[in-house]
Design a protein around this ligand. Structure first.
Ligand SMILES: *Cc1c(COP(=O)(O)O)cnc(C)c1O
Length: 426
């Protein structure tokens, strides 16, 4: 029996048996007991599935990962300690020293730094392409050693909407998977697998948790990418792993399970960026109302965007749900039920006026955060993106005067009144 997304938000991933806890139990245990060494040996050889050490897997985390997996329509998923860990693992699981990745230039600042600085030091090169490029320009970014394509459904903070089908087509024509960071849209508003994406990542810190309570991440596999058909490109999945007695992930776990099994067995084992079961429990509380909250975040986002678009002290507004926005048509296609609660805009008078305006906001707090129940705002050029030079800022779609406002769940009338009085102070 398959359920609607709204039902999966509430009940997916965990079905208690007779007399078992109704709420997901927090398995606060680092380790698990076995009767014989032989039983445990089978787990270490990946011959049997089961729990033996929470760095690799924990039942609480697996319940929550299973819910997100169902929401995205995937075949396997895992939680990570943060969105950063999710994106790092998703790429590093298939790209190694000497490899290359094509990424959209308008991605989250933390991800840009991870790719452009840290992963470059590991010998992986990235080519950043304008998400609005032509198919020919996108095609030209590929090299023989390209192993993946990466982009964000709705980019943080540029709010560009990715033409997922265009990126999927390019990736597949070069025999590599498309990895989509679906943090801002959430599977409530967009399921990238339906448009050809192969792997989806999340910073669950944002809307999924939704209450600013726990940092976390998630990776979901669509189970569609045929690693064996491109065996020479992905030896990590298609040749024996000596650290597990020579199993070959793509053979033993198939298209449905190879990617996440390898990611857990190798990367989680070696890097250990696990989500604490306590945090997974908190994340699940957020997921139970995700479908209800996203609707309200989007309503507030649209109301605020409309108010700002008509205000004489505002120079521009980016919100893909606003008719006339550069991404309105793409949003109608990929996000027909709404996009997210994040609106960005420029205040006339540039950086100085933006700072004055933000100082006078009473409800919208200045925070390095988005996608929270409480409205918050940020000046990316002086915070998340301050490591970028002007050229990189422009490529990331972040103007020096850009303010990012994340509309929470308050009454839209109060949010608009707050913005209005703060604009009056300029
Ligand atoms: C916040 C964010 C991340 C990083 O996630 P953390 O949980 O903060 O590590 C990655 N991608 C996007 C789109 C984000 O908004």
């Amino acid at each position: 029996m398959s359920f609607d997304r709204d039902t999966i938000c509430v009940q997916g991933g965990y079905t208690p048996g007779n007399g078992e806890p109704r709420q997901i139990p927090i398995i606060q245990s680092t380790t698990f007991k076995y009767a014989t060494s032989e039983d445990m040996g089978k787990l270490f050889d990946l011959e049997a599935s089961g729990y033996f050490y929470t760095r690799l897997q924990n039942p609480t985390n697996d319940y929550v990962a299973a819910k997100i997996c169902q929401l995205e329509g995937g075949t396997a998923a895992m939680l990570t300690s943060s969105g950063q860990a999710a994106n790092f693992y998703a790429i590093f699981n298939i790209a190694n020293c000497g490899d290359h990745v094509v990424a959209s230039s308008t991605i989250y600042g933390g991800t840009f730094n991870l790719f452009h600085v840290t992963m470059r030091k590991m010998g992986i090169e990235f080519t950043f392409v304008n998400p609005d490029c032509t198919p020919e320009e996108l095609d030209a970014a590929f090299r023989p050693n390209t192993k993946a394509v990466f982009g964000e459904t709705i980019a943080n903070p540029a709010l560009t909407v990715l033409d997922i089908e265009k990126f999927a087509k390019a990736a597949h024509s070069h025999g590599v998977p498309l990895v989509i960071d679906n943090t801002f849209a959430t599977p409530v508003n967009c399921r990238p697998f339906e448009w050809g994406a192969d792997i989806v990542t999340h910073s669950t810190t944002k809307y999924m948790d939704g209450h600013g309570a726990g940092v976390g991440g998630c990776i979901v596999d669509s189970g569609k990418f045929d690693w064996m058909a491109h065996a020479d490109k992905f030896p990590g999945l298609t040749t024996p792993d000596d650290s597990y007695h020579g199993i070959t992930y793509a053979e033993k776990f198939g298209k449905e399970g190879a990617f996440i099994t390898k990611c857990t067995a190798q990367l989680m084992r070696d890097f250990g960026s696990i989500q604490a079961p306590q945090n997974a429990f908190i994340l699940n509380l957020g997921l139970e109302s995700l479908h209800v909250r996203m609707k309200r975040h989007c309503e507030n986002g649209l109301a605020v965007a409309q108010f700002l678009a008509n205000h004489p002290k505002i120079s521009y507004v980016n919100y893909c749900g606003l008719p006339g926005d550069k991404y309105y048509e793409l949003a109608q296609k990929y996000l027909p039920n709404g996009s997210c609660g994040v609106v960005s805009f420029g205040v006339k008078g540039g950086r100085k006026a933006a700072e004055t305006f933000m100082k006078h906001l009473k409800l919208a707090a200045i925070e390095t955060h988005v996608a929270d129940a409480r409205t918050c705002c940020l000046h990316p050029a002086s915070a998340t993106h301050r490591q970028m030079n002007d050229e990189e800022l422009a490529a990331a779609g972040v103007a020096p005067d850009l303010v990012r406002l994340s509309c929470g769940l308050e009454a839209a009338s109060d949010l608009i009144a707050d913005l209005s009085q703060a604009l009056d102070q300029i």
